[in-house]
Design a protein around this ligand. Structure first.
Ligand code: BES
Ligand code: ZN
Length: 466
């Protein structure tokens, strides 16, 4: 890009930012519309809403001057969009997701999950921060570029999917089948968080995920526990015993080979994290806790960002209603997920997990497994021009330089883009640690929405210099 182009884009950015500043209220109203659509990807009863949400996203991308397409998959649709191709300019692939986690337990919401309200400077609704608010910040930034300058100064490929929260199963095939179309110089994802309020961050590492379900069956119907108890196998007892074998006393996971491929933390990285302004008592208090838990020998930040884990996410068996019902349940099941770190291989881990539980299970119950999604762990390059430009954009948006952090959550597409297209991702997110991601009363701070929109606008200018 010529010096004149660069100066022109920088001048335009000033006007784009001014436009964003004047549109704060209208922008929030659009986000509220987006949040009202209950696009819960995991629940079949919401399939129609998920489709409607894809259409809403496509319409907004069209209004931002892009050419959108709603593309069917075996599951929920993927929305793509491109702008008018500008030869000689870099291509940015923006990825986000318009699906959300189930809102349950509903009774714990202060206001209904799909009726957004503003409380204490934040918009409260399922999907507020994960990921609708952050997707919206980007669409609004692109709308601003369209209004002020007739479009952003980079080539854009937008990819917004509807199955991220259920493991992105159909995305792998989509990316592989559309390699040419999705080729980019860099990918951008705004689906992570700040380190703390006023301390924005760029994330360079995410954990991977293996999500499994185990089903244990004993008798072929529920039995009177007085007539049969003690004489027949109880699948609930068997499942609890099995789950109790997954960790040792030091909080380490006992699946054979689980730690074989885990990269040790470098002393330099550990030191860097020790100097982050992390208030551990406040972190625990925020979750209603006074003590943490985890693998012996690692700090809370290390446990969350760089150590693999195994957790029960759901547990079902027997009578769940009020009062007592004396039965030996016929079936018991548990949803168990494992967070993985570089260089663990999801397939290797899930295979070893299933084998270990089969070996440990008593012979008198039947064991079956289901897999609900695999995601690879990732580290993206910390050095390099794209990272530098992203840091400058965050400074434009927030007025301070970002920290470089890792996070414990997973975004399956990041490993996918690296493996299939050789593209690295910039993870620039605006959430706050107390946003209650995946919990009741999820929120997105309005200051974060505004600073995030400005950051996104700056990113589309800075990345033109790649
Ligand atoms: N936005 C999150 C990922 C995330 C959470 C990143 C917290 C950084 C901090 C994302 O939408 C998510 O929740 N992903 C799922 C992926 C899974 C279903 C494959 C996750 O991490 O549980
Ligand atoms: Zn998300």
């Amino acid at each position: 890009m010529s010096g004149a182009d660069r100066r022109y884009n920088a001048r335009m950015l000033e006007r784009v930012l001014a436009w964003i500043d004047t549109q704060r209220e209208a922008s929030l109203q659009s986000l509220v519309e987006f949040l009202k659509i209950p696009s819960v990807s995991a629940q079949p009863k919401h399939a129609g809403d998920v489709g409607r949400c894809a259409q809403w996203v496509a319409d907004r991308l069209r209004a931002a001057g892009l050419e959108p397409q709603v593309r069917p998959t075996k599951g929920h649709p993927i929305v793509t969009a491109t702008n008018v191709y500008q030869p000689g300019r870099p291509t940015v692939l923006f990825y986000g997701h318009y699906d959300v986690q189930p809102p349950e337990p509903l009774e714990q919401w202060v206001s209904p999950p799909f009726e957004p309200v503003i409380r204490r400077g934040a918009v409260v609704a399922r999907g507020a921060v994960d990921d609708k608010g952050q997707v919206w910040a980007n669409i609004q930034a692109l709308t601003a570029w369209q209004q002020v300058a007739g479009g952003a100064p980079v080539n854009l490929t937008v990819l917004i999917e509807g199955e991220e929260e259920v493991g992105s199963d159909n995305l792998e095939h989509f990316v592989a089948a559309n390699r040419e179309e999705l080729k980019a110089d860099v990918a951008l994802i705004c689906d992570t968080g700040q380190f703390a309020r006023g301390l924005p961050a760029i994330t360079y590492g995410l954990r991977g995920l293996v999500y499994t379900e185990i089903f244990v069956t004993g008798p072929d119907h529920d039995l009177h526990s007085g007539m049969f108890g003690g004489a027949v196998p109880n699948p609930a007892n068997a499942l609890c015993a099995l789950l109790a074998t997954l960790h040792d006393r030091d909080g380490r996971v006992t699946i054979p080979g689980f730690y074989d491929d885990v990269q040790d933390l470098s002393p330099a990285e550990r030191e860097e994290w020790r100097t982050l302004p992390f208030d551990e008592p406040a972190f625990l208090r925020e979750q209603g806790l006074s003590a943490g838990s985890g693998e012996v020998g690692y700090s809370t930040i290390e446990r969350r960002w760089a150590r693999p884990t195994c957790d029960v996410n759901g547990l079902t068996s027997g009578y769940q209603g009020p009062g007592a019902k004396t039965i030996i349940p016929s079936r018991a099941s548990a949803k168990v997920s494992m967070r993985l770190v570089p260089d663990q291989d999801p397939l290797k881990i899930v295979t070893s997990y299933e084998r270990a539980l089969r070996v440990r299970a008593p012979a008198n119950v039947k064991i079956e497994f289901a897999r609900h999604g695999l995601a690879g762990p990732v580290i993206v390059p910390r050095a390099g021009r794209a990272m530098q430009l992203a840091a400058e954009a965050v400074e434009v948006g927030f007025g301070v330089k970002p920290r470089l952090i890792r996070e414990g959550g997973s975004i399956p597409v990041v490993a996918l883009l690296r493996a299939t297209l050789g593209v690295d991702t910039l993870l620039v997110g605006f959430g706050l640690p107390d946003d209650r991601v995946h919990s009741p009363n999820e929120k997105f701070d309005l200051e974060a929405l505004h600073a995030g929109t400005r950051t996104a606008a700056a990113l589309y200018q800075k990345l033109a210099e790649l």
